[in-house]
Design a protein around this ligand. Structure first.
Ligand SMILES: Cc1ncc(COP(=O)(O)O)c(C=O)c1O
Length: 396
């Protein structure tokens, strides 16, 4: 009955684990949920007020397909101020969430016969979107000892005459790794040498720690800007996941093509959310700074606690709000029901026995790690890590 295209893909594994945790909580069980992919902060007040004003002023009709001019202007201003990138509003499309942005981009660019390089560990939706578009995914493993960052040699070795694009995401979900300018330069050289497009998912750009600064690969020169589509959104930076607001900036031909697809699928992003988005970009930097300070404190806490677990190693997350510890030492150990053979088994064990929800690394193309989101309170981190430590100790 179903089309072949949908048989090629799987449900989002992160949403599924979060759903199990939610169900257990609804049943009254005391579950600590480290699987969530959204900040536990309120949307900044200026954005909320702008959303309410938009309702009161009846700005509730369809908008321009690509987004209201005010928001596309604000995005251009942001890209110039933060990233040193010059765009005009015609180079921008606003969509209902960066996930939709990335989907339209995959549909606009990829087809059968194309290869798309995705560094692993990767965010769960990239491979599925590429497969939906009919193209072939080429995974390249970014090594843990390199801080989960791809080297130019590794990228170069994955390129074939069919390679059309590479999808980069930094700071990364799930590892927290973030490329520096110096690390991006050789990657950019490979992209130019092989005439590759770059999809640069920069949605965690502002959630960056240890006083790091962010460089967009598009900002490495006109040759890079011309071959890069920058993807970003309001969900993570402004704690606006439910508002559904994402955007892309890139070569006009690609943005136009995405606009065609959007016009025949979702139409515009919600009008009210777009007005809130303008104010988020213009007036919420203090809220963001407060959130980053708090995330950095929690990053330190979760890292200290994870590194204290016997046999566990954990790369230092440089941004986003995830830790991605290596738990290989616990694979092959015996739980109450069976041997823990995979990180999925381990995540299931932790959920059932410790009432702690984490996401198995297999979901992100990594078989030795689990992902913990630290978008939870410090008290929950302490309690959750106590439970994990006790549960791991009980394994034979
Ligand atoms: C790396 C990455 N890109 C894109 C998204 C999509 O965000 P949204 O659709 O909420 O804008 C997410 C959300 O989890 C993400 O982690």
């Amino acid at each position: 009955m179903l089309a072949d295209r949908v048989k090629r893909i799987e449900h989002s594994p992160t949403l599924r684990i979060a759903a199990s945790a939610k169900r257990m909580k609804a049943e009254g069980l005391d579950v600590l949920d480290f699987s969530v992919g959204q900040p536990d902060f309120a949307t900044p007040e200026p954005a909320k007020q702008a959303g309410k004003r938009a309702i009161d002023q009846n700005r509730t009709g369809y908008t321009a397909n690509e987004g209201i001019p005010e928001l596309r202007e604000a995005i251009c201003d942001k890209l110039w101020a933060d990233n040193g990138l010059r765009y005009t509003p015609e180079d921008i499309i606003v969509s209902p969430g960066a996930k939709a942005t990335l989907y339209f981009l995959a549909m606009a660019l990829f087809q059968e016969g194309d290869e798309v390089v995705i560094p692993a560990p990767y965010w769960v939706s990239y491979p599925e979107q590429v497969k939906l578009a009919g193209a072939t995914v080429v995974f390249v493993r970014a090594r843990e000892e390199n801080g989960f960052k791809l080297t130019a040699q590794e990228l170069d070795a994955a390129v074939t005459p069919r390679t059309k694009a590479v999808i980069l995401n930094y700071p990364s979900n799930p590892t927290g790794a973030c490329y520096t300018r110096d690390e991006l330069v050789p990657l950019a050289q490979v992209c130019i040498a092989h005439d590759l497009l770059v999809i640069s998912d920069e949605i965690y750009e502002k959630l960056l720690y240890d006083r790091r600064t962010f460089t967009s690969i598009a900002a490495l020169g006109p040759e890079m800007q011309a071959r890069t589509v920058v993807v970003n959104g309001m969900s993570k930076t402004y704690s606006m996941t439910g508002w559904r607001l994402g955007y892309a900036a890139g070569p006009r031909e690609i943005i136009d093509a995405m606009g065609k697809i959007q016009s025949h699928s979702t139409s515009n992003a919600t009008s009210i959310a777009q007005w809130a988005g303008v104010e988020a970009l213009r007036s919420a930097e203090e809220d963001v700074a407060r959130m980053v300070t708090e995330f950095e404190r929690r990053r330190d806490l979760v890292l200290t606690r994870l590194q204290a677990l016997p046999g566990v190693t954990c790369a230092r997350p440089e941004g986003a709000f995830y830790a991605f510890p290596n738990v290989a030492a616990y694979l092959g150990r015996r739980g109450p029901r069976a041997v823990i053979e995979s990180t999925l088994d381990l995540a299931t064990y932790l959920l059932e026995e410790a009432r702690v929800a984490v996401v198995p690394g297999e979901a992100f193309g990594a078989s030795a790690n689990i992902r913990l989101s630290y978008a939870v309170s410090s008290e929950q981190i302490e309690e959750g890590l106590d439970r994990i430590a006790a549960a791991l100790q009980r394994l034979d």
